[in-house]
Design a protein around this ligand. Structure first.
Ligand code: NAD
Ligand code: UDP
Length: 316
């Protein structure tokens, strides 16, 4: 059955892939975005589709539309951008969630929140499963994002308990792929762009900190599976690839895959940078029958191809 689905943050990296997949599945999509970190280029290829609609709107203000389902993704995800205007970042997570939850309540529709592994902070439990409550510095430079997202989870669960709203919460771990911004500041796009231009690869700290990287197609598949799962499974559920790698290891892999002459340089480690991160995805495997399929080298290869073409367009 064709549904009308609202995707907030739909012009962003993950949101644009999600809009594309939902349209492919035969749904009507309303993409809401204030274009802070989103980009028209990400969705221009969808604009020819009569079932795709774009609204320039900031979700910290109320929104009146009629839809059957909501994916709430609006929020800058890169530290560089979420720390640029930290008050707006918290507002987007908190006021934005209240507005979207209010909309879902009025319409009596299901709403999914794009939460994050950042709610675990700099974890002292490894790997992280959903029962872990986290280790977040509430007053540090990452707090506008981490605490905003934590408060959003609180709001989702209170709307569920207090108003019987149908909610879904996914905790997304580091995701990468085509349509990340070249100046996005996150590690995969930074290293690939640096490698393709034979510039120095900037490792923050000694590079021993770890992350676990999930390819975009796998993540979108997991998000849709979660939205369509039975109503009494509300999450939170981790979505990510458990394949953990050090940042130094990632840099070496990207240099090798691009055939670059770049050398690695070390810069200061940002404050509160998590030391280790790896999702335990047992719950997603059990409840959603989901696990990532794209191996890191293969996903990086596709992402490198994307940036190679993009840079060619910018600097022919
Ligand atoms: P992104 O920055 O590419 O996309 C976010 C989108 O939200 C952008 O299009 C931006 O313009 C829009 N936006 C920001 N504030 C808004 C507002 N107030 N009103 C309307 N639109 C607004 O980031 P992404 O990587 O695509 O992340 C999407 C979501 O997934 C975010 O909520 C993020 O917290 C979450 N997430 C992402 C990752 C990841 O690795 N990419 C990891 C964990 C969680
Ligand atoms: N990082 C790095 N060099 C860069 C960008 C990031 O060494 O040019 C490191 C960063 O310090 C962190 C990891 O890579 O340890 C992942 O950073 P990112 O901003 O991508 O995601 P997050 O820290 O939010 O997981």
């Amino acid at each position: 059955m064709r549904k009308r689905i609202l995707v907030t943050g739909g012009a962003g990296f993950i949101g644009s892939h999600l809009c594309e997949k939902l349209l492919e599945e035969g749904h009507e999509v309303i993409c809401v975005d204030n274009f802070y970190t989103g980009n028209k280029e990400n969705i221009v290829h969808l604009m020819r589709d009569p079932y795709f609609e774009v609204l320039r709107h900031d979700i910290t203000f109320p929104l009146y539309v009629e839809v059957d389902e909501i994916y709430n993704l609006a929020c800058p995800a890169s530290p560089k951008f979420y720390q640029f205007d930290p008050v707006q970042t918290t507002k987007t997570s908190v006021h934005g969630s209240i507005n979207m939850l209010g909309l879902a309540k009025r319409l009596k529709v299901k709403i999914l929140q794009a939460s994050t592994s950042e709610i675990y902070g700099d974890p002292n439990s490894h790997p992280q499963d959903e029962t872990y409550w986290g280790n977040v510095n509430p007053i540090g430079p990452r707090a506008c994002y981490d605490e905003g997202k934590r408060c959003a989870e609180t709001l989702f669960f209170d709307y569920h308990r207090q108003h019987g709203l149908k909610i879904k919460v996914v905790r997304i771990f580091n995701t990468y792929g085509p349509r990340m911004l070249p100046d996005d500041g996150r590690v995969v796009s930074n290293f690939i762009v640096q490698a393709l231009q034979d510039n120095d690869i900037t490792i923050y700290g000694d590079g021993s900190q770890t992350r676990s990287f999930c390819y975009i197609d796998d993540l979108v598949d997991g998000m849709i599976k979660m939205m369509n799962s039975r109503d009494d499974f509300v999450g939170p559920v981790n979505l990510g690839n458990p394949n953990e790698i050090s940042i130094l290891g990632l840099a070496k892999m990207i240099v090798e895959l691009t055939g670059s002459n770049s050398k690695v340089v070390h810069q200061e480690l940002p404050k509160d940078d998590p030391k280790r991160r790896q999702p335990d995805i047992s719950l997603a495997r059990r409840e959603l029958g989901w696990e990532p399929k794209v191996e890191l080298r293969k996903g990086l290869f596709k992402t490198i191809e994307y940036f190679r073409n993009l840079l060619r367009k910018v600097q022919p």
